[in-house]
Design a protein around this ligand. Sequence first.
Ligand code: ADP
Length: 361
Amino acid sequence: MTTLSSIHSPAQSTQELSVQEVSVSYGNTTIVKDINFTLKMGEIGCFLGPSGCGKSTLLRAIAGFENLSQGRIVLDSEMLSTSNAVVAPEKRCMGMVFQDIALFPHLTVRENIEFGIRSWSKKQKQERVSYLLGLVNLTGFENRYPDSLSGGQQQRIALIRAIAPKPKLLLMDEPFSGLDAKLREELVPDVRNILLHENIRAILVTHDQMEAFAMADHIAILNQGQVHQSASAYMIYHNPATRFVAEFIGYGDFLPAKVCDEFKVKSDLGTVGSEKKHGFNVGDEVDLLIRPDDVLHDDDSEFVGLIVSRWFRGSHFLYRVKLQSGKIIYCFASSHHDHSVGQTIGLRVNLDHLVLFEKKE
Ligand code: ADP
């Protein structure tokens, strides 16, 4: 492998990150395989998947810390990695933020932020530090040391340290996982707004779908080193491309169903369909994805379910209900519909499109 400051490439002029057919292996083990991913100017992307699926490996390959066994990585028309040459990480104009915040403990907040812009003039550095501290509501913290800051404040400083040099791409590897849930909920949208305001493209690696949904325009769902779906959060939730995505994202159950015609299927909760053809053949046995919000509590319905467990979520109840067939599914109900375990309630399916998978053997 050759490490270079640039690779000559005849790539077309485009303003995007393009990960093309990328594979990374450790020894004989392929960790990520045939990955394609595109991130346009002004977009925030995310690699989301269970622990060990290869998210960090892919991020490190984009940063230039992993060699490719196959494929190419191109940023704004510049070839950064091929299977036989890589541009050195420090030549890629990328910023990084990690879970382990890693601020320099012996440097003040100002010195930490200035670290990546050491070559700028004193006046430029001062202006940039003041501006960035204002952006994260930490004006006046210039002379503090990292150990006098809370976890959330430290992560804000780590973020502005990474974006101070105006990187072409910011890479964030589980940056919020060390923070408590409440702080995360506040910080994630704040960081998104800052990145959009600064027009900085970024990729977030996380195993937390709510974090991904709150941060990213474009999410790639990975499992066992492969991308299962690359789309918006809305598409991933409502139109999961694979059974894995359907199970990994949100709550849901698969209800056995039989195809009646090209638009409808018959299930334990009656005949359901949409205006779009589902692509299966009449008579096929399929699994119908049912999310909790697809099942309404309706006492006038002919279909009933026995409540086997329940969670009060403030604005609503989440019930597990057992159908007459014995299948157990989720059901959302308004928080005014307070039913007990053991009670039977009427259920109606309210779907605007079908998500069907081949029946699992
Ligand atoms: P994720 O970020 O999704 O949790 P990683 O990319 O860190 O996953 O790891 C993916 C797989 O690669 C894991 O099985 C991990 O054990 C393996 N792995 C990571 N780094 C190395 C390494 N340096 N050498 C060998 N295997 C590694």
